[in-house]
Design a protein around this ligand. Structure first.
Ligand code: SF4
Length: 179
């Protein structure tokens, strides 16, 4: 696992740590933030509410895992209104996340990993949910952390990471739950 954490940092993550899932705070009310639809993905993606499953089922699923590998990416912005920079930061996070997933799958396929991401599943260009079709790649689907009710600022704290990494930066988190 130490080598994997090193490889994840080499792949572009600013930090990567292993924690116990029992230390992660899950809050059902975080689903309300999804309903506000500030990201525009509510009810448009199989990796997001309400299609991904009920909060009760998803919290129970997450809590059935003992360990979580948590990682973060930090990207620079020109200023706090740099929307393009935020989008670039998210693109960078998605690229790192693809590598993290590949690394974990190669090293520990037997650990039944569950991948929790920042935001909606992006495996397909257009999610099948938009056409009311079944998920095309259920084995590759990723689910947003908000959908599990993860308190991300608390996740940062228990992982020994900063939730915010200074002025003019944008930080994204990902987690792999495993057995
Ligand atoms: S794998 Fe494709 S169809 Fe399934 S949730 Fe992800 S984007 Fe949607």
């Amino acid at each position: 696992m130490e080598q994997l954490l090193k490889n994840i940092k080499e792949a572009g993550a600013s930090n990567a740590e292993v924690i116990e899932v029992k230390d992660i705070t899950l809050r059902p009310e975080f689903r309300d933030a999804c309903k506000q639809n500030s990201c525009g993905k509510y009810n448009t993606n199989w990796g997001c509410p309400p299609a991904c499953g009920t909060i009760e089922d998803m919290m129970a699923q997450a809590q059935s895992y003992p360990y979580a590998l948590v990682y973060q990416t930090v990207s620079l912005l020109e200023d706090s209104f740099d929307y393009e920079g935020m989008q670039e930061g998210k693109k960078y996070y998605n690229q790192v996340t693809d590598k993290v997933r590949e690394l974990f799958d190669q090293k520990f396929p037997e650990k039944e990993p569950l991948f929790l991401n920042a935001g909606a599943c992006k495996v397909c260009g257009r999610c099948a949910k938009l056409d009311e079709q079944p998920c095309r790649f259920p084995e590759k689907r990723t689910i947003s952390m908000e959908a599990y009710g993860v308190d991300v600022s608390n996740l940062a704290k228990v992982s020994g990471m900063n939730y915010i990494n200074g002025q003019n930066t944008v930080t994204y988190f990902g987690a792999i739950l495993y057995r």
